[in-house]
Design a protein around this ligand. Structure first.
Ligand code: NAI
Ligand code: MG
Length: 334
């Protein structure tokens, strides 16, 4: 049976790394068919819509979607909404899975294998923001519900069950945010009771940020709310080579899922052909896992590790290879 993958390059270096990841997917000898769709800032300028109906339809119709990156304006633009936030909402992709694994690169942490399970639909990203009439006070509401916490906690514990260390760290700030994070913590610990084989512990988010830098190898699965997960996962990426190598998955209860590098459009390096394709390629590996092609996913990961070990690295990793040279090296090792 042929599986359909929707490719959305988006903006900036998304146009450089998604074609690289598509080359890797095409080289695996799997029955894959590709469709393409548009989204992002350029798409908004062209059609007045950052996520047109045709793109939503292509995402719905595909077995999985590989997304590059988008560029978002820093201030409010009438009619513009972040396409990734819209996708997450529209298809209720409530779990953002962000694995961090060491690569064989000198000067980066070795032995790291952690997974941040980030709640993807609420918290401070619920869109409940307003500016008071005087324009001098802005209020952003942070929404935490028991229902959304329960499902993300279940996802985290289920992930932990499939990993050797079977440990979940619940990360929160319940000492200060007694209502929101109090509820998040309470529900996570309640769900933990359904997984007696999993070791559960908890950590305040600021301490977690510190421990990630001191010793990231101590973490297995981290479950946390939206903003904390966003920040901690970029931090975690920084420990093993940076944003250029970090993949992510956005999944929910339904069939729709999309996979994307954690990085954005990288305006400072766009157009130079030096973007690191590894974040996108490892996202493609997560996509393969999701579609049940675990063996192909491991092949991709091993090829990435081998290329990096042999010193084929883009400038963000201290090397001089460009995007296509690193991709070629990965393809040769498949
Ligand atoms: P960014 O991730 O685009 O760049 C941060 C730093 O990482 C830059 O120095 C960049 O050169 C480097 N970098 C990123 N990807 C790289 C790659 N593949 N290879 C080598 N180096 C890489 O984040 P920034 O600069 O904060 O945001 C730029 C734009 O991207 C903004 O408009 C932002 O809204 C958007 N963005 C979009 C995301 C998404 O599509 N999911 C996620 C994060 C930011
Ligand atoms: Mg981020």
């Amino acid at each position: 049976m042929t599986l359909t993958i929707c490719l959305i390059e988006g903006d900036g270096v998304g146009k450089e790394v998604i074609p690289a990841a598509a080359r890797v997917l095409s080289a695996l000898g799997l029955p894959l068919a590709f469709t393409a769709a548009e989204a992002g800032w350029e798409c908004f300028l062209k059609y007045g819509d950052a996520l047109p109906p045709a793109t939503l339809e292509a995402v719905r119709a595909a077995d999985a979607t590989l997304f590059g990156a988008t560029q978002s304006p820093l201030s409010k633009v009438e009619g513009y909404r972040s396409p990734v936030l819209t996708l997450r909402k529209r298809f209720d992709l409530y779990a953002n899975l962000r694995p961090t694994r060491s690569l064989p690169i000198e000067g980066t942490y070795q032995g790291v294998d952690l997974l941040i399970v980030r709640e993807n639909t609420e918290g401070l990203y619920s869109g409940r923001e307003r500016r008071e009439d005087d324009g001098q006070t802005a209020i952003t509401e942070r929404v935490i519900t028991a229902a959304a916490t329960e499902r993300i906690a279940r996802t985290a514990f289920q992930c932990a069950m499939r990993r050797p260390r079977r440990t979940v760290t619940v990360v929160h700030k319940a000492n200060v945010l007694k209502e929101g994070d109090g509820l998040f913590r309470e529900v996570c610990l309640r769900v933990a009771a359904d997984f007696p084989q999993v070791t559960v512990n908890e950590l305040l988010v600021d301490a977690c940020a510190m421990w990630l830098v001191r010793d990231p190898t101590r973490f297995d699965v981290i479950v946390t709310e939206n903003l904390f997960g966003d920040i901690l996962s970029d931090e975690a990426a920084g420990l093993v080579g940076g944003l250029g190598v970090a993949p992510s998955a956005n999944v929910g209860a339904g069939r729709v899922a999309y996979f994307e590098p954690v990085h954005g459009s990288a305006p400072d390096i766009v157009g130079r052909g030096i973007a690191n394709p590894i974040g996108a390629i490892l996202s493609a590996a997560l996509l393969l896992d999701h579609l049940g092609a675990a063996e192909a996913a491991r092949r991709v990961e091993r090829a990435v590790e081998s290329a990096v070990r042999d010193g084929v690295r883009t400038p963000d990793l201290g090397g001089s290879a460009n995007t296509s040279e690193l991709t070629d090296a990965i393809l040769r090792r498949l």
